[in-house]
Design a protein around this ligand. Structure first.
Ligand code: FES
Length: 121
């Protein structure tokens, strides 16, 4: 257990470790992302959290990056490494796996993720 000083943190990465994502390598994705962060000595800039289900199981394994508000689908250990080196360290999101991006006042679907169900159609 740790109590981290987040004053240098630029990104918070939520790595879904819910049931569906766990069946799609969530643990391996988590380890790959954390290893790549350590490889770049970027632990103070990038904070990661394993989460339970984020409600987008058809997109498993799901990874979300804040404060940008970008949602990714079908993450693998390899794309997890790319996420760190391209999105988090160079500011270039992984376009092929991006499902939602936050613009102005809400999340905008890219059309690449599962459609999902509206709660109040
Ligand atoms: S288990 Fe990851 S979105 Fe549901």
């Amino acid at each position: 257990m740790g109590t981290w000083d987040l004053s240098r943190t630029k990104h918070h990465v939520l790595i879904c470790n819910g049931g569906s994502c766990s069946r799609q390598q969530a643990d391996e994705v988590t380890h790959a992302i954390r290893a790549e962060i350590a490889h770049h000595a970027a632990e103070d800039r990038i904070h990661t959290t394993r989460t339970k289900c984020n409600g987008r199981c058809e997109d498993a394994c799901v990874v979300i990056v804040y404060p940008e508000g970008t949602w990714y689908k079908n993450m693998t250990p390899e794309s997890g490494k790319q996420l760190v080196s391209e999105h988090l360290l160079q500011g270039e999101p992984l376009q092929d796996q991006l499902t939602y991006a936050y613009h102005t006042d809400r999340f905008i679907p890219t059309g690449q993720g599962s459609k999902g169900i509206l709660r109040n159609p």
